[in-house]
Write a new protein. Structure first.
Lengths: 527, 431
């Protein structure tokens, strides 16, 4: 940046030292490309704040550690295991690692930079989604506030889903990227290459790529319906370039997804996993209801959508109806599908909200076009730097190791209990809450035999039912512990009070460790 | 803006490209992945049959011929007590299975009240014979399945009591792989189809895996791994680890069948190396702990109580339990010890003491009592025969050559009338 000071006379009323010219007469002589509107600063601040907030969010105690454990195993074994390798009770269960690349990246990052790298990947993924959406929202509406409102809708809808750091975040980045590419006003020839490449990457990062195929499918079917409706001719569907474009793109994407270590078997795995009966016992696989926070968010956004659709001057395409209703129905069926509905809903809310607002504003005198100034560029760059530098990862990169493990992980992570287990490694099978199976596998003793972990679709049905019977203190729970030769139990006092109470009163068990996060019981006479 | 048109050539080229990509990917699928894909698409599990290379199942030979444990006369007296003298009406599959595993398919008897091995076998493998013994209202024992035949196992009339006990018993009885099995609808099945179905529907985490482990062990080697219908890869290592799981008291017959099945797997490993070294060592160590428990828990009279896993506590504080429970524990322990290496034995005196108790108790037991609890006593007879390095049928055949059958008036009278009412339906048969 180069800024020169013009020679001007200082105002008489305000005498100043001759060597300090009046800054109010500074002329912006930076090149035009460096000048940006004020809205950029607004977006930078919002997006930076999101990055900063998520950088300081504690790492959730489920999923992450399991994926890192798989990553460690892949790194050390240099191959993909064909059967479940981490849960002894799931030995022999076929294992298709749908997130192997995310796991390797995660393990590589934590090995190189420690916990801050996880915080960076977590916050970075969310920030990337938000930034992409912000760009698309603003490009389509030109309205900063409506775009920011759209981002708020996206974050609000996905708030609970975003608690957990897992490969699904990588899938979300891919999905948002696809949405951003497909909702551009102008078709880019690069899409023919970029979209298949995106799917090739997606298929290796997370098993959610069929959602992307469904997205393209909706665009194709929607466009075909629109063409047929408009022309009243089925033949015109075949002749329509956009119809063909979406169809071919979906085909190429589906084919590109075959570029993974399992090839076509990945499709089989995803088809079969979604029907796993164990999921029915997990909250996030339950239907969305108003008893859930995200249910409230979904209801509110759905009402907002109805409002803007009622008033929008824009033409409503069949594709967007299919996307909103299709992904919405999937969300009602399985609440965690809200992660995919959120960007779609936010996008159409912004698109039509922007149109409604524009019509409303058109009745008033036109506002002046925003001025572009280098000041906003400088301030934006400065804020980016600040938001980066004052995060755990930034501090680590700039000042060396900054690992404050206990402050970086969720308060439900059994840190001290695992230290105890490392000091006194259990012999044989342990019983643990499924939420902790991942962390125990990651941080516990090497020989630790966890009962279950968050990859519940890999847990045999009988084992899972036995797990539920014990955790819910159902009839015969003591016998189940005996039948599995469980000698150590680690549970959380927050949710398993009844079980802990029974164990305290049972002579067979002694208290080994206790803090406000975890309780460890040991069998008095190990089996 | 002008939209760039997509030519027919481009469209066809993409179709070819995509088709080729899927074709190449399909061609590159492993057999297992191909089956999983088919299952995912059709909703029906597809699992290939396991190659079974033998026509007759493997047999675990006894290791000892010790007349100190049981003399010829004593063995004959015990076997005489456990001849399969069943009423042909409402033959309980559980009783038939025990008789078959004890006497074998080829067994024949001079005693007209005893049912031959072939006749016993037919009740189990032919729905027509089953119907003759039971009636049309009884739920069939053999269940037609799309890919094979499964066995109804439950505690209702005409059911086999334990999962895969039917298969394991016929396997121990030496049935042929190609023996036809006639279900209510399917007439084109063989024992091999039942075995394949059992391998497919096996669940490692079900309650009872003792007989599945044994049946698979006696049929499948040198095959060491196979897949179940849900895609799980089962190995003998996994089976052994499953048998090891849980407190020793768990499992059928006071946990003794788990011990027997483990011993069978160890013996099979000697010939087929079906277990990893680590698993072999773990199983061996477990059997050593079983040995230590029975050394400590033997009661004064030589029997072992049902709470044998408690070791010295069991002997110091004997349970006030029904005698048949001691028969179960003692008979079954003697049975696995007969195929176990000496290092896993308790002191010889303890074996002699246990055998003495089992012999005396069985011989003194009235026939009606044995008929009630045939399943438990059949293990005593089989165990004692093994301790003489033979099988009950073989010994009995040789014994009868020297000691021909002489019908008594009672025998003749009983043979002439239906004895269906002799088999009470409420006999304790937790086996």
């Amino acid at each position: 940046m180069s800024t020169t000071l013009p020679e001007v006379e200082a105002p008489i009323s305000e005498p100043q030292s001759p060597e300090l010219p009046d800054a109010t007469y500074l002329e912006d002589q930076t090149p035009d490309w460096f000048k940006t509107p004020r809205s950029l600063f607004g977006f930078t601040t919002v997006i930076g704040a999101i990055y900063w907030i998520f950088s300081y969010r504690p790492l959730w105690h489920t999923d992450l550690w399991g994926h890192l454990s798989y990553g460690r195993l892949l790194w050390q074994g240099q191959r993909l295991p064909s059967t479940e390798p981490l849960m002894p009770l799931s030995s022999g269960v076929p294992f298709v690692d749908t997130a192997w690349l995310s796991q390797l990246i995660g393990y590589g990052a934590i090995s190189a930079f420690g916990i801050p790298a996880m915080q960076f990947l977590y916050a970075g993924s969310i920030t990337l989604c938000v930034a992409l959406l912000a760009w698309r929202f603003f490009r389509r509406t030109g309205n900063t506030w409506i775009s920011i409102a759209g981002l708020a809708a996206f974050v609000w809808l996905n708030w609970q889903q975003l608690f957990v750091i897992r490969p699904q975040l990588a899938g979300l980045v891919c999905f948002v990227s696809l949405l951003v590419m497909m909702t551009s006003r102008h078709w880019s020839r690069a899409n023919w290459v970029v979209v298949p490449l995106l799917f090739a990457l997606w298929a290796n990062l997370h098993g959610s790529f069929p959602v992307g195929l469904a997205f393209l499918g909706c665009l194709f079917v929607g466009r075909a319906c629109d063409v047929a409706w408009k022309t009243r001719s089925l033949g015109s569907i075949v002749r329509d370039t956009k119809v063909k474009r979406y169809f071919l793109l979906a085909e190429l994407a589906a084919a590109a997804a075959l570029l993974n270590p399992y090839g076509l078997a990945l499709y089989a795995e995803i088809l079969s996993v979604s029907g796993n009966a164990n999921f029915a016992d997990l909250v996030e696989w339950e239907p969305l209801t108003l008893r859930m926070r995200q249910g409230w968010a979904a209801a509110a956004i759905a009402m907002a959508l109805m409002f803007v659709y009622r008033r929008t001057p824009r033409r409503v395409s069949t594709a967007e109806v299919l996307l909103l209703l299709g992904f919405g129905a999937a969300t009602l069926w399985i609440s965690r599908m809200i992660v995919w509905w959120a960007p779609v809903a936010a996008y159409y809310l912004v698109l039509h909200g922007g149109a409604v607002w524009k019509r409303h504003r058109s009745r008033r005198p036109l506002a002046e076009p925003p001025t572009r100034r280098s000041l906003w560029s400088v301030v934006s760059l400065g804020s980016i730097w600040i938001f980066f530098a004052y995060t755990p990862f930034g501090i680590t990169v700039l000042h060396g190791s900054n690992e404050r493990f206990e402050r970086s992980v969720s308060t439900e992570t059994p840190v001290e209990a695992v230290k105890y287990l490392n000091e006194y490694p259990p012999v044989g099978q342990i019983f643990n809450t499924y939420e902790w199976g991942d962390y125990l596998t990651w941080a516990g003793p090497k020989s630790l035999q966890v009962f279950v972990a968050s990859h519940v679709h890999l847990v045999p049905r009988e084992v899972w039912q036995d797990y539920l019977a014990v955790i819910n203190v159902s009839s015969g729970w003591e016998g189940i512990l005996d039948r599995y030769s469980v000698n150590t139990i680690i549970v959380d006092p927050l949710r398993r009070e009844a079980l802990i109470d029974r164990l305290r009163r049972d002579d067979q068990w002694t208290l080994g460790f206790e803090d406000n996060r975890a309780v460890v019981f040991n069998r008095r006479n190990p089996i | 803006m002008k939209t760039r048109r997509i030519s027919l050539r481009t469209f066809v080229a993409v179709q070819l490209l995509v088709t080729a990509a899927f074709a190449v990917s399909y061609a590159g699928l492993s057999h297992e992945s191909e089956e999983r894909l088919q299952a995912a698409l059709t909703g029906h599990e597809v699992v290939s049959n396991i190659p079974v290379e033998r026509v007759k199942p493997l047999c675990i030979d006894p290791l000892y011929d010790d007349p100190e444990v049981v003399s010829d006369e004593q063995l004959a007296a015990v076997l005489e007590k456990i001849l399969p003298r069943f009423s042909p009406k409402e033959l309980k599959p559980n009783f038939v299975e025990h008789a078959l595993r004890t006497w074998g398919v080829e067994a024949t008897f001079d005693d007209p009240r005893a049912i031959s091995g072939i006749a016993l076998r037919d009740v189990l493998i032919d729905h027509g014979h089953f119907l003759q013994s039971w009636n049309e209202e009884t739920v069939p024992l053999l269940v037609d399945r799309p890919e094979g035949i499964s066995i109804r196992y439950d505690r209702t009339s005409g059911g086999s009591v334990h999962h895969d006990h039917w298969l394991a018993s016929l396997t121990e009885a030496g049935i042929s792989r190609d023996e036809p099995v006639f279900a209510p609808a399917r007439r084109d099945m063989t024992i091999n189809d039942v075995l394949q179905e059992a391998a497919r529907d096996f669940r490692l985490d079900e309650r009872e895996t003792e007989w599945s482990a044994m049946a698979f062990g006696l049929w499948l080697p040198p095959v060491k791994t196979w897949r179940t219908a849900d895609g799980r890869q089962i190995s003998f290592d996994l089976l052994a680890q499953r048998l090891l799981r849980g407190h020793k008291r768990f499992g059928v017959c006071s946990g003794t069948h788990r011990v027997y099945s483990m011993m069978v797997l160890l013996r099979l490993d000697d010939d087929f190396d079906i277990l990893s070294d680590a698993t072999y060592d773990t199983v061996y160590a477990h059997l050593e702990s079983v040995r230590d428990a029975i050394v400590a828990s033997q009661l004064e009279d030589g029997s072992w109580p049902s709470n044998w896993p408690s070791g010295a506590d069991a002997a110091a504080n004997p349970l006030d339990e029904a005698v048949y429970k001691k028969v179960i524990a003692t008979g079954h322990h003697l049975e696995w010890l007969a195929i176990a290496p000496k290092e896993l034995h308790p002191p010889h005196e303890q074996i002699l003491k246990a055998a003495d108790w089992a012999i005396n108790h069985t011989v003194e037991r009235p026939e009606s009592g044995i008929r009630k609890q045939y399943t438990f006593y059949s293990h005593v007879g089989k165990a004692l025969a093994l301790w003489r390095g033979t099988q009950p049928a073989h010994f009995w055949r040789e014994w009868r050559k020297a000691h021909p059958y002489e019908p008594t008036k009672t025998d003749a009278a009983e043979a002439g009338r239906s004895t269906g009412s002799d088999l009470p339906t409420d006999s304790p048969s937790n086996h």
